[in-house]
Design a protein. Structure first.
Length: 728
């Protein structure tokens, strides 16, 4: 068994000789009917550097980025790995794997564990069965327990044995996919493998996909899924009765499937743990979680915390549970609690619990910090409020301001509630006087009622600013749009935006490239790589954690941009998180543009500098800022930085005169604020050779710049401007 683990480990540590970093997994699309578990072990470099649909997707799929990563891989193998082993088989395994490793565990219904089979697939950058046979032979020479019974034939099939396992193998020269079929006994042979491969048919609705789509749709991340419904009879036969009772009470025996993984889904990095399990056991006594958040935000939110507290249903669920358990003591305690509440407050407990919730929210937007709680029953809420004001002689008022009703409730502070009212005459000591003064301080609540929610603030001005703010959206839309979160069934969620994390991640990665290049003796030219502004990276990273409970799903999920450790970078702790940000890679899309610019100007490429054998054949050329276009992009990038600061302080883009920086160069005549205030125009001098202009537009909602040009050929522009210009 250790030999098989060693084989998988070798397959997992590739330094690919291919022209792409890693192809996505494919076996997941054709899972056999007898599948009881699926594991996707990511290609190491693919997991870190392949495009997966995240915020850095465009940078990761750039050809220059791919070549840079492949060069570093080759340098690491040539100068580091090879010094520990010169075995050709290990070399092939370390350099020719070209996709994640997918492992499927097969067990027909009713079969014993000994009849289980394993199907493993991955792609190799090899063109012939001879190359694969050479790898197998090299492994067999190193692993005494591994015997080659039949080498791969021209048709691609072969057989090996690694006691007690038989391993049938197949290499498809067209797709370059290697398949291993392993199990015990003589039933594992090439005929059995052919039969198994024939059963691999595409499936559009496999039960695994629902959970996989929550965690990783890229096919490059780590993912594990098991069909617990098929495994449950086997598990039940193995567990002692007392443990089975516990599992049944918690509803675990009803679980249909389980998944855990780390990948990218819906444009965000995600780490998730989910169980597909219907309501059973204790869960039958408690309600499902359903959320709606039609709460209006003023501008953009920077932080939101939600909690679902179905207080009435929880109380009623406890009663049902004690009744089912025939627990008279528990029922008596609930009855006594209701009676005591009625006597002390004069209100019915269930009426009060049913007046609010279950949604409770705390959020911060552009005008302040707020709390919100759903009004479930407006009539009962008014009864509760009126009763409390009358019973405890509280101060309550409403104000009508610009057609909006604002509420103010003043009540004694918690110390006063706990100790009773103090009189300044009862104690002449300093301590008594201090307590007396504290007792005069009240707690003030200000709120408005919107869309069946109480929106509370510490002062009324914050509530008034919400009404006056120009840009408004709903919390529901913000969570779904900005954070790509589905909180319909979240019992708890915390989400927020952290400024500049994409930039921190990118610049930390540049330092990491230097580190890897030094270790691999393959120097990296950072001058050839663009800045964060050139890449137009988002100015904020979004992060969240949520716990979901629905009628058929229980799970926990972390959401981030590329890596769950990114937020450490936002707190300037990049040295702690340097390993965690390996997944956040952004490499330039400018090499082709620089080549065009040099050709257009008739520039002479600098004389080639001799390289060591382990270095690249060529060093990517760096940009010449004397060219008109490059000068324009350089000057405009400085304007963009100052303009963003001006926008946050002025509420509009400033003029270049207000910014007070140089906007004229050798070729650029001036940079001016557009008449509609949406961005800036870059205009060239007559002798620059450029007759058109470049326009930079600022998207306020997304905090992103877009670029397009008029009168300039797209081929002369950076890629970010080419796309916008072509779309005009």
């Amino acid at each position: 068994m250790k030999k098989l683990y060693f084989l998988v480990l070798c397959l997992w540590l590739p330094f690919s000789h291919a022209t792409t970093i890693s192809e996505p997994a494919t076996l997941r699309e054709t899972l056999p009917i007898d599948t009881i578990a699926y594991i996707r072990i990511p290609h190491l470099w693919g997991f870190l550097s392949a495009p997966k649909g995240s915020v850095l997707n465009d940078a990761l799929k750039n050809d220059t980025h791919v070549q840079q990563i492949l060069a570093l891989q080759a340098g690491l193998y040539q100068n580091i790995i090879r010094s520990f082993s010169d075995d050709t088989a290990i070399e092939a395994l370390l350099t020719r794997i070209h996709s994640p490793i997918e492992i499927v565990f097969l067990l027909p219904t009713g079969a014993s564990p000994e009849q289980a089979k394993v199907l493993l697939t991955t792609k190799l950058s090899m063109a012939s069965t001879e190359e694969v046979n050479a790898v197998f032979k090299g492994l067999a020479d190193k692993m005494p327990d591994l015997k080659i019974i039949t080498p791969l034939s021209d048709s691609g099939y072969g057989v090996m044995v690694a006691n007690p396992f038989s391993i049938a193998s197949y290499f498809d020269k067209n797709s370059q996919q290697l398949t291993l079929f392993a199990g015990t006994g003589v039933a594992v042979n090439t005929d059995a493998l052919k039969k198994q491969l024939a059963q691999l048919q595409p499936s559009a609705n496999h039960p695994m996909y629902a959970l996989e789509n929550r965690i990783d749709t890229s096919g490059q991340g780590f993912f594990y899924w098991t069909d617990t419904k098929k495994l449950m009879p086997l598990l039940q036969s193995m567990l002692p009765p007392e443990e089975l009772t516990i599992y049944e009470e918690w509803g675990l025996l009803a679980m249909r499937s389980f998944a855990i993984g780390w990948g990218v889904s819906n444009g965000k990095g995600r780490f998730g743990i989910f169980a597909d399990m219907p309501k059973a056991g204790y869960r039958e006594y408690f309600p499902d979680v359903h959320n709606e958040f039609p709460i209006e935000l003023a501008g953009k939110a920077t932080l939101a915390a939600t909690i679902n507290v179905p207080a009435l249903e929880i109380w009623q669920g406890l009663e049902k549970y004690w009744q089912a358990q025939k627990n008279e003591d528990g029922l008596a305690e609930l009855t006594e609690a209701k009676k005591s509440f009625q006597e002390n407050s004069g209100l019915d407990l269930e009426m009060v619990l049913g007046s609010f919730g279950p949604e409770v929210v705390f959020f911060v937007d552009d005008v302040g910090e707020f709390a919100a709680i759903r009004i479930r029953n407006p009539e009962n809420w008014q009864k509760v409020l009126s009763h409390l004001v009358e019973k405890y002689q509280l101060s309550y008022e409403t104000r009508e301001i610009n057609g909006k009703t604002y509420h103010h409730l003043s009540m004694p502070n918690m110390l006063n509630w706990a100790t009773g009212a103090f009189s300044p005459n009862t104690d002449k000591s300093v301590e008594g006087l201090a307590l007396s003064l504290v007792s005069y301080i009240n707690t003030h609540y200000y709120w408005v009622e919107e869309n069946n929610f109480l929106i509370l603030a510490e002062v009324p001005q914050a509530l008034q600013d919400r009404k006056q703010h120009d840009t408004q959206t709903t919390l529901q839309a913000w969570l779904a749009g900005e954070h790509r979160l589905t909180t319909d069934n979240s019992v708890l969620s915390l989400s927020g935006s952290i400024k500049n994390t994409p930039r921190y991640v990118y610049y930390t990665y540049l330092q990491l490239l230097n580190l890897i290049g030094d270790v691999a003796k393959t120097p990296v030219d950072l001058f050839a790589l663009p800045s964060a502004l050139n890449l137009n990276l988002p100015h904020e990273g979004t992060y969240a954690i949520q716990v979901d409970i629905s009628d058929s799903l229980v799970g926990m999920e972390l959401t981030f941009e590329n890596n769950p450790f990114e937020f450490v970078l936002a707190m300037n702790s990049s040295s702690v998180a340097i390993v965690g940000v390996l997944a956040a890679i952004a490499i330039p899309a400018y090499q082709e543009y620089v080549h065009r610019a040099e050709e257009a100007l008739g520039e002479v490429v600098p004389e080639e500098i001799p390289h060591e054998e382990t270095q690249h054949e060529e060093t990517p050329p760096t940009a010449n800022l004397s060219s008109p276009i490059m000068e324009a992009m350089d000057l405009s990038s400085r304007v963009r930085v100052a303009a963003e600061d001006g926008y946050f302080s002025l509420g509009k883009l400033p003029t270049t005169a207000e910014i007070g920086i140089v906007t004229e160069g050798q070729y650029v005549k001036n940079i001016e604020l557009l008449e509609n205030g949406s961005g800036y125009g870059v205009y060239f001098k007559e002798d620059s050779g450029i007759t058109g202009a470049i326009f930079l537009l600022y998207d306020v909602e997304k905090s992103l710049w877009t670029c397009h040009a008029e009168g300039i050929e797209p081929s002369e522009l950076p890629e970010s401007c080419q796309l916008e210009t072509d779309a005009q």
